[in-house]
Design a protein. Sequence first.
Length: 464
Amino acid sequence: MLQLTFLGAAETVTGSKYLLEADGSRLLIDCGLFQGLKELREKNWAPLPIRASEINAVALTHAHIDHTGYLPRLVKQGLHGPVYATPATKELTDLLLSDAARNQEQDAEYFNRKRLTKHKPALPLFDTDDARRTVDVIQTVERETWFCPCEPFWLRYHDAGHLLGSTMIELEVRQGPRPLRLLFSGDVGRYKAPLYHDPAPPPACDYLICESTYGDREHPTVDIQEQLRQVVTDSVARGGVLLVAAFAVGRAQQLTYLLQLLMAQDKLPRIPVYIDSPMASEASRIYAAFHGEHDLSEVQAAGVEDSMTARNVRLVHSREESKRINDDDGPAVIISSSGMMEGGRILFHLRQRLPDPKNTVVLGGFMAEGTRGRQLQRGAKYLRIHQSDVPVRARIVEMSGLSCHADRSELLRWLAPLPAPHRVFLTHGEKSSAMSLAEELRKRRSWDVIVPRLYQTVTLESPI
């Protein structure tokens, strides 16, 4: 008998954690942080309904914090089993967890120093030592290779096209005469996305656990290069600064790639591009090390050897350098993290740039409920930053074409060749999004689709 418990990403986008139990073994698929609404973030501080020491192994789909960020807490609580990931995912997880730990330590220090917290003292969720110990237990496995994290579970990774190293997980529970087959989609990438290859076709399965982040909507049918050219051109004409809230791993590299491509084609002037993130600089080194995993055909055809080392690209490392960017009134592009505007240096840039109508702020991807990015999407007139209400006078532009998540049509395209699973569980989406995609799959494919609740446990049996 196999049991599956949804410990995260159920009726919400973040906090991916799926617990599998069979023959006395416990395997966790992903181990992410909840993000967005305060009621969700508070769950990061609560213990899981299972002891960390009782989990035999963890397998990661990719490095984003909503899939890996709870790992340091789990290791601190006594996780002894190994954690498995692709080589690129291990490198990026090291980078992301270390950065997240530093940001939490710095934020805690800032709030304590400014007395902006009700907690005495404010503490980080995890620190740099926790992050370092976590990376030490990660073991690497190449894609398309079967491996056994703990019996009776056997896994194989396939390219999900979402991020460097990202995967979907094909899983077999090898009990009895026939293995029970599951597929965890992870985050499905887009087709023809800059830098990334298309997601691999899904292998046949008895049970599908599929993301639904954009299950109820489509990305605009626009040429992302042309859209970016227009946004930057308008920003240059207004003489202001274009501030892009971007994930330092993945999105920053895509944006830099596209900007340098447009400049090489003389479609944009060579204005300064500030990459205000030490993590983005290190991520670019990792991306270069895994050069073979990317589709670089366009930029190579334009004669750009390395978009991150172009003369107009300025990698910003220290806080002092970051502060000096405030002296640049534009035209310029600032790419800063975090993507949903929930922490990091982007908050200081927003505080500086939002009040000036000459400036432009680009929202480049999904913004979870409760985040500052979602507030700007909804037309907020003020944004609460560091206990102050900052007026929003800058132009706010959405460019969801930069998203690395498949939209509704792309999810349906990805699922099209898949034979009907016995049952489908839609996760990693807000309830409305998951329910909309569920209804479409029931109507179009006659599939048995469930949108599970948080902490719900289901028993999975072999179809007859």
